[in-house]
Write a protein that binds this ligand. Structure first.
Ligand SMILES: NC(=O)c1ccc[n+]([C@@H]2O[C@H](COP(=O)([O-])OP(=O)(O)OC[C@H]3O[C@@H](n4cnc5c(N)ncnc54)[C@H](O)[C@@H]3O)[C@@H](O)[C@H]2O)c1
Length: 417
């Protein structure tokens, strides 16, 4: 018996990321690339040649082509909304590179089009499909901690404070690159920040109510290469995101530090490949920590992401301190100190983990097309991230706190049922 036919992908844009993305999908049998569109016909021809697909110069021909079920939008950001809207209106599903759009109005128009057409849209927020961040989300979930039917506190949580420090490289970003042109990229918050605004939402479990942004310019130049934003969530959690595109590749550094009150997590790599968690806990928490190495597959599972030698190691120091402790005026029983390490292979594993996250995102789209349901990174997540990013940019421009409103409304539908 044969399975359902592969979904046929039309890829718009044949640049650096389209090449990486299609490489990541090479052995995902659920999809096959049939058409590649790029006005740079050399690029279109080269990528189409690798994929045994058909090159076309104009994306408009691609979105209505008979042999395209899903349009992959992988052009610079300013073109995303027009292509995505045309694809949805032509009845195609969309795999949208981030950012979903360069401003909130465009993003909301896409949300309306998804609702009106019932097509599936996945936005390539790769961090939603990252096993390390998925593991932290599981440790925030009381359902993961407890045997079925027995109530229990989650091991972590909730997030009180998150800080993402991102000393990024500009080594491949010459002054002529579209990245620096806010009209094309949307600016650093929109082009790059969306990944991290969305990842924070996934861990905090809600979306921000307000944002403050600040931009830094390169000395002696008008070029903005530092973008810092602080978001506040309705339950009082606060997150800070700093992106500085001013480093040599070898000096790139990233750290996501998360304060869960009784626990601190440190996640390294902008594509997370390693995390440590230090925590104080009770008897049930210590038992859960001790069980994690044997549950590594379950802890790190992301559908469509093939884990390669993940390592979960723990050290539990029972009765490391007096049993009673007090925080925020509450008595807590926290006698045991634990250390947890999750490792996907260190920095060397980044290209693999990155590619598998893209693969998992596409697998999620296929799942929604075939069986309904909601993708982990759908139009709602795409719209919210753009809204927060655009608000951070507005805050920096106007030197004031910006309160977030309309995009917090849930989308009518994210997936056909
Ligand atoms: N999800 C991720 O982790 C991730 C990482 C890197 C880049 N991206 C995103 O991927 C997108 C593309 O980035 P890139 O680095 O590949 O850029 P790039 O400059 O390398 O490639 C862009 C390509 O799009 C083509 N193009 C421009 N306008 C077009 C149009 N109207 N129709 C068809 N093709 C058109 C260009 O000719 C070029 O070949 C951006 O939105 C970027 O933010 C996502």
């Amino acid at each position: 018996m044969t399975g359902p036919a592969a979904l046929r992908l039309g890829v718009v844009g044949a640049g650096g990321f389209a090449t990486f993305l299609t490489g990541a999908l090479r052995d995902l049998p659920e999809v096959t690339v049939t058409v590649v569109a790029d006005p740079d016909t050399d690029r279109a021809g080269r990528l189409a040649g690798i994929l045994a697909a058909r090159p076309v110069p104009d994306w408009r021909a691609l979105v209505t082509a008979d042999d395209v079920d899903v349009v992959v939008v992988a052009t610079p950001p300013a073109g995303h909304a027009e292509t995505t809207l045309a694809a949805l209106r032509a009845g195609r599903h969309v795999f949208a590179e981030k950012p979903l759009a360069v401003n909130e109005d465009e993003a909301l128009a896409i949300r309306d089009a998804v609702a009106a057409t019932g097509r599936v849209l996945v936005v390539d927020h790769v961090l939603r499909y990252n096993p390390v961040l998925r593991a932290l989300a599981r440790l925030l979930d009381p359902g993961f901690a407890a045997p079925p039917g027995s109530p229990s506190d989650p091991l972590l949580g909730p997030v009180r404070r998150l800080a993402f420090e991102n000393d990024a490289s500009d080594e491949d970003l010459g002054p002529e690159h579209w990245f620096w042109d806010e009209r094309v990229s949307g600016g650093i918050f929109v082009e790059h920040g969306v990944h991290f605004f969305d990842a924070a939402d996934a861990l905090v479990g809600t979306t921000p109510e307000s944002v403050q942004g600040m931009l830094g310019r390169r000395p002696g130049d008008d070029l903005v290469d530092l973008a810092v934003a602080t978001t506040r969530y309705p339950d009082g959690a606060v997150a800070t995101f700093a992106h500085g595109f001013s480093h040599a590749h070898r000096c790139e550094r990233q750290l996501m530090r998360i304060d869960f009150g009784t626990a601190e997590a440190r996640v390294t790599g902008w594509i997370p490949v390693h995390a440590t968690v230090d925590l104080w806990t009770d008897d049930a928490g210590a038992a859960l920590v001790e069980s994690l190495p044997a549950r590594a597959g379950e802890l790190l599972a992301v559908d469509g992401h093939r884990l390669r030698d993940p390592a979960v190691t723990v050290a539990v120091h029972r009765h490391a301190g007096p049993a009673q402790a007090r925080e925020r005026g509450h008595e807590r029983r926290l006698p045991h100190r634990c250390h947890l390490t999750v490792d996907l292979g260190g920095e060397a594993a980044k290209p693999y983990v990155y590619a598998e996250s893209v693969r998992a995102a596409m697998h999620d789209l296929v799942r929604c097309v075939r069986t309904g349901g909601r993708p982990a990174a759908g139009v709602t997540e795409g719209v919210t991230a753009v809204a927060v990013a655009a608000a951070a940019a507005r805050s920096a421009r106007e030197d004031r706190t910006v309160h977030l409103g309309r995009s917090a409304e849930p989308a009518t539908t994210a997936c056909p049922s």
